[in-house]
Design a protein around this ligand. Structure first.
Ligand SMILES: [Zn+2]
Ligand SMILES: [Zn+2]
Length: 263
């Protein structure tokens, strides 16, 4: 499984950068995860947008979904010129209802499905998840604790990748991320931000602590406030994790590589 970072900034980008966007590729399946401003242009540097199998947006904050609007026009054009024959499956939360209805109305471009209507499944710890299959990828969602309804999401194919989305720590996220090969977690602030982020976001150190509690193999941090130094966030995340942490960079692709089996 390959995770390509299209954008890593929130809630606005650095000069030349983009807000949240990731391309998840596995076994010939391509999923755009988040579509913040600037992410579509970056996606097209890696794949043809016509070959997207699905788009998942974890919550309807602007820094996670604004590029659905230009993607709509790209897809409508592709339907008209015959270069793509079907709308792209788009999975989003059902609220806020106004945004959901608007996106659902673009039915030439998107086949919208509310994440809460997917089939339910139990995972270890007794938590209920929403389950979706895209080709050989099993995708599972648990609710976040954030300012808007949203979901943390896991992808299981040739390896296990988990994305926190924007959220305070939840038991569901720790359970979903258990044993992940790659865990991409928001790290929106420094220790000094813990007070005002409480109940809505994770600081870098808290991201590390979630990764440690879940026993993930590799921790990647993202969703950086542009004024902050990702290296400083990385150091606090590493202290919480108790091991090395990677602050992601735009344009980079991350792959989980198992440690070579000795003997
Ligand atoms: Zn955000
Ligand atoms: Zn948010």
């Amino acid at each position: 499984m390959r995770i390509t970072v299209l954008g890593c900034w929130g809630p606005y980008p650095r000069a030349g950068g983009a807000c949240s966007g990731y391309l998840v590729s596995d076994g010939g399946v391509n999923v755009m995860l988040e579509a913040g401003s600037g992410a579509l242009s970056r996606l097209m540097e890696h794949i043809n947008f016509r070959s997207l199998d699905a788009v998942i947006v974890t919550h309807l904050h602007h820094d996670h979904y604004l590029d659905l609007f230009p993607l709509r026009h790209a897809l409508e054009g592709a339907r008209k010129d015959g270069s793509r024959d079907k709308p792209v499956k788009l999975f989003i939360p059902p609220r806020p209802g106004g945004e959901f209805s608007l996106l659902s109305s673009y039915n030439e471009a998107f086949k919208v499905k509310a994440i809460d209507t997917l089939i339910e499944e139990k995972i270890a710890g007794g938590f209920t998840v929403q389950r979706l299959d895209i080709g050989g990828l099993a995708v599972r969602f648990v609710p976040t604790k954030h300012l808007l309804p949203g979901y943390s999401v896991s992808f299981e194919g040739t390896s296990k990748f988990v994305f926190s989305s924007d959220t305070a720590r939840t038991d569901e996220l720790v359970a979903l991320a258990a044993g992940a090969d790659l865990f991409l977690c928001e790290a929106s602030g420094l220790d000094s931000d813990a007070g005002h982020m409480e109940g809505a976001h994770l600081t870098a150190r808290q991201a590390g602590e979630v990764g440690r509690a879940a026993g993930v193999r590799r921790l990647l941090i993202t969703h950086f406030w542009p004024e902050y130094d990702p290296a400083e966030l990385g150091a606090q995340a590493a202290a919480g994790f108790g091991g090395p942490v990677t602050a992601v960079r735009e344009g980079q692709t991350y792959i989980y590589t198992p440690i070579a089996n000795e003997g």
